[in-house]
Write a protein that binds this ligand. Structure first.
Ligand code: PGA
Length: 249
């Protein structure tokens, strides 16, 4: 049985006080949840250490990490630093990192490898933009992102990775993928993992859907056989909405 996960990506939202309140509220509701999904929150870097002291059932994620171990990289946060404040998961390759900060597949592969080597569990994101979908290139795009991004990883590494499929046109837009669109791409990703690794890796991989997931649409998306949870942006900023999504499982 693969793990079900609902992860909240807070992006660049909340100050420390707000973030601590949100984390406390999520932890409280997580204790009462009616779902066996694992709940992860990914607050901004500045909150991680304090938030870690407030959560127990909820697991801690970061939104990014450096591709280097340490040294003269002003403004970067190394995987070891994240581990030292209790971070377990790290989002790598979110479309906002790819588009606004020009992170390419080769760099994301490097980040994934270093994160794994330090004991972090990457949540590796992929997704196509609208023109790529409309131009019929969506499968080529996902194939490229995953085959380069996950290149050189062992089956053992893959057992520590979570994949998030986030169609860029659905992120923060209110336009959610239909359950069929989500299922088709998740199935494609799982088949691709058979090709790139093997059947076991594919079967065991948790593949999350992300993009305008809300309490009102989560259960239809999660009902698909190849969807194993969600990566939630906007709706993760309200503890009640976020846990309603968790409970939709
Ligand atoms: P959204 O963001 O839920 O606000 O669309 C999802 C994400 O970017 O992870």
């Amino acid at each position: 049985m693969r793990k079900k996960i609902v992860a909240g990506n807070w992006k660049m939202n909340t100050d420390l006080k707000e973030g601590m309140e949100l984390a406390k509220a999520v932890e409280k509701l997580e204790q009462e949840k009616q779902s066996d999904a694992l709940v992860i929150i990914a607050p901004p870097y500045t909150h991680l250490s304090r938030v870690n002291d407030l959560i127990d059932g909820v697991k801690l994620g970061a939104q990014n990490c450096a591709s280097e171990e340490s040294g003269a990289y002003t403004g970067e946060i190394a995987p070891d630093m994240l581990v030292s404040v209790g971070v377990e998961y790290v989002i790598i390759g979110h479309s906002e990192r790819r588009s606004f900060y020009h992170e390419d597949d080769a760099l994301l592969n490097k980040k994934t490898k270093i994160a794994l080597s330090k004991g972090l569990k990457p949540i590796f994101c992929c997704g196509e933009v609208l023109e790529e979908r409309e131009g019929g290139k969506l499968y080529d795009v996902i194939r490229e992102q995953l085959s380069v991004g996950l290149a050189g990883l062992s089956k053992e590494d893959m057992s520590k990775i979570v994949i998030a499929y986030e169609p860029v046109w659905a992120i923060g837009t209110g336009v959610v993928a239909t359950p069929d669109q989500a299922q088709e791409m998740h199935k494609f990703i799982r088949d691709l993992l058979v090709e790139l690794f093997d059947k076991q890796v594919a079967e065991d991989m948790t593949i999350l859907y992300g993009g305008s997931c809300k309490p009102s649409n989560a259960s239809e998306i999660f009902a698909n056989p190849d969807v194993d949870g969600g990566l939630i942006g906007g709706a993760a900023l309200k503890a009640e909405d976020f846990l309603a999504i968790v409970n939709a499982y």
